[in-house]
Design a protein. Structure first.
Length: 202
């Protein structure tokens, strides 16, 4: 998700954004979201309160951006939609890697304790769905949307339930999990119509 804030491409603005995201992450490691104060956050980010309010309306606005930033990172790891439709094993491999990374474990831990997980799931699904729409807008049917929703929530749920607190001796090995999920992913995605063919010039 690209930021729509007016100065989002300015280097100083982006550096302050990074500081704020890191500061919020550190605050949430120590206390719940409702206990986070702008004063403490600004001090940790080494900015003034006035600067904070140039970027965000309040702590909850920052928390929304924190969720969006995590989604952006995952989408970068997943790559383009064409890979999902043409090389399903590679797509599932990327999905497993993204959702079993240390950053994702940390995020899920924070999100779960602060009621951000439903927001993450909703926005992730909507964003990924919009990308599929952009890739093949004329071919995404209600049936295909159901399949995509099933695939996305199923992949995330399976991975997170298997690696809830990180890899351990009871976890299903990742190298074995990927082929299983690929088979399920392929079956669910089989109802998607083929991507549009480029029209040939006469």
């Amino acid at each position: 998700m690209q930021s729509t804030k007016p100065h989002s491409q300015d280097l100083r603005w982006r550096r302050t954004e990074r500081h704020l995201m890191n500061a919020l992450k550190e605050e949430l490691d120590e206390k719940p979201l409702e206990k986070v104060k702008v004063t403490d956050l600004a001090r940790r980010a080494e900015i003034s309160k006035a600067t904070f309010y140039l970027h965000y309306q309040d702590i909850y606005d920052l928390a929304d951006a924190f969720v969006d930033a995590r989604i952006d990172e995952i989408l970068k790891q997943l790559g383009d939609v064409e890979t999902a439709l043409s090389d399903k094993e590679e797509f599932v491999h990327r999905f497993v890697e993204a959702f079993t990374s240390k950053d994702q474990y940390h995020f899920i831990s924070i999100a779960g304790k602060n009621h951000l997980a439903p927001r993450f799931m909703d926005r992730f699904w909507r964003t990924l769905g919009a990308i599929f729409d952009e890739y093949a807008p004329m071919h995404v049917t209600p049936k295909a949307r159901i399949a995509l929703s099933f695939v996305v929530t199923g992949l995330i749920g399976t991975i997170q339930s298997n690696y809830n607190a990180g890899p351990n001796e009871d976890s299903f090995p990742k190298e074995e999990l990927t082929p299983v999920l690929t088979d399920l992913f392929t079956a669910a995605m089989s109802i998607l119509p083929p991507p549009p063919k480029a029209s040939s010039s006469q």
